[in-house]
Ligand binder design. Structure first.
Ligand SMILES: Cc1cc2nc3c(=O)[nH]c(=O)nc-3n(C[C@H](O)[C@H](O)[C@H](O)COP(=O)(O)O)c2cc1C
Length: 386
């Protein structure tokens, strides 16, 4: 069993040898650093959310409403953070939520590849967005043995959707995460005020421009007419999915299917009726709909409705402590979002690896101190509302 908390000892030992960590371990410092180094148009796209960003803020503050009561003399010397997800046994419950434009957060604009390398180093699974700077096959190749999940924005062209699904399968992804809350973009004032939308400038479309089914939609010689690529992407990007669409997606692949963007327990029950393998409870970090409830508030009801199905969670996770609280509320795995995009901006692959190790160390040490030796114990934890 990996003792994730030992990363703390490594950091202190480095200090004795005169080495300070190159990057901070806490979110607030990382956020400040990213704001300093990212070009403003990329920073605003990553940091911004829908409307006045109230939902985005309460996603984060909701975690502060919960407190874990420690249990002592509980034999938590060795912690087992492992979790089961649709046939996969993972050594710990952290994963990276999909972030389109991740590519642009690295100075060389190949951030999807750098992040995948950080995942390979830390064993943290990566959910890879449909909107990458490098094709999904190239990202998968950097992941090595670490599992990747492919996140699908279902295009309004079934041939293209099927092609993306089959490419993901062939590239070795271990699950298909179908995002259901983003067939149209939410109202995002930060980006609107600067008329800034990276995909419309031709970025992060590599999975489309590398796809035969997409290329067939373009006029001859698209290289001579880059605006045709963007125009066709706008035409095809978002399918307003209905429940019946899950049936042909289900038929198209043997990969486990998860729905991302589910918050209502009735939607969980309908998803189960359509044969999904997992639920991804999320409100897209408050980027899509403002005026909603924090995603964490819905998690217990979603978990209850999901029953045996694993529930992945993201939206507002900023620390290992947050991850532990989401696990105690029933998540089978916890997704990190903006924090790793900021780490990537601050220091590339090494910074992402450092941050993931820090999150795991914090979670592991909290479980040690609070006397919860594994996820089953955490699920029974005495969690109080503040
Ligand atoms: C810049 C940015 C781009 C995102 N792109 C995608 C995407 O391509 N697909 C997707 O399903 N979710 C996307 N998300 C949502 C994340 O997967 C996740 O739900 C969200 O970041 C969680 O909120 P948090 O980062 O505030 O914790 C994106 C989020 C951000 C911040």
């Amino acid at each position: 069993m990996t003792r994730y908390g030992d990363y703390q000892t490594e950091i202190y030992a480095g200090g004795l040898a005169g080495h300070l960590p190159a990057q901070p371990v806490d979110f607030a410092s990382l956020e400040r650093k990213a704001a300093e180094v990212l070009p403003s148009w990329i920073h605003s796209y990553v940091a911004g959310g829908a409307g006045d960003e109230h939902t985005q803020r309460v996603n984060v503050t909701e975690f502060q409403r919960w407190g874990l009561v420690p249990r002592m003399l509980n034999g938590a010397r060795d912690r087992d953070l492992s979790t089961e997800l649709f046939g996969l046994t993972l050594p710990h419950p952290l994963f990276l939520a999909p972030i389109g434009v991740l590519g642009l957060c690295a100075q060389d604009f190949h951030g999807d590849l750098a992040t995948a390398r950080a995942c390979a180093r830390t064993g943290v699974p990566m959910a890879v967005s449909t909107l990458t700077q490098d094709p999904l096959e190239d990202v998968a190749a950097e992941l090595g043995d670490t599992p990747g999940f492919f996140q699908l924005y279902t295009p309004d062209d079934r041939d293209l959707a099927l092609s993306l699904i089959h490419r993901a399968e062939n590239a070795g992804y271990r699950a298909l995460i179908v995002t259901v809350d983003t067939w149209v973009t939410g109202w995002r004032p930060r980006d609107l005020n600067t008329a800034n939308f990276p995909q419309l400038r031709g970025y992060c479309l590599a999975n489309y421009t590398s796809d035969e089914a997409f290329l067939r939609r373009l006029p001859a010689n698209p290289a001579e007419n880059p605006s045709a690529v963007v125009g066709e992407w706008v035409n095809v990007f978002g399918r307003s999915l209905g429940w019946q669409d899950l049936d042909w997606i289900r038929e198209a692949t043997d990969l486990p299917i998860l729905l991302k963007g589910i918050q209502h327990p009735d939607d969980v029950r309908r998803a189960k009726d359509h044969g999904v393998d997992g639920i991804h409870c999320s409100n897209h970090g408050g980027r899509q709909a403002n005026g909603g409830v924090p995603a964490l508030r819905m998690l217990p009801e979603v978990v209850e409705a999901a029953g045996e199905l694993p529930v992945l969670f993201d939206s507002g996770v900023r620390s290992g402590t947050d991850a532990v609280k989401a696990l105690a509320l029933g998540a089978a795995a916890v997704g990190v979002g903006r924090p790793y995009a900021y780490a990537l901006a601050a220091g590339g692959e090494h910074a992402v690896a450092h941050q993931l190790r820090s999150l795991l160390a914090e979670a592991d040490l909290l479980m040690a101190v609070d006397g919860y030796p594994d996820l089953a114990a955490l699920r029974q934890a005495d969690l109080r509302q503040l």
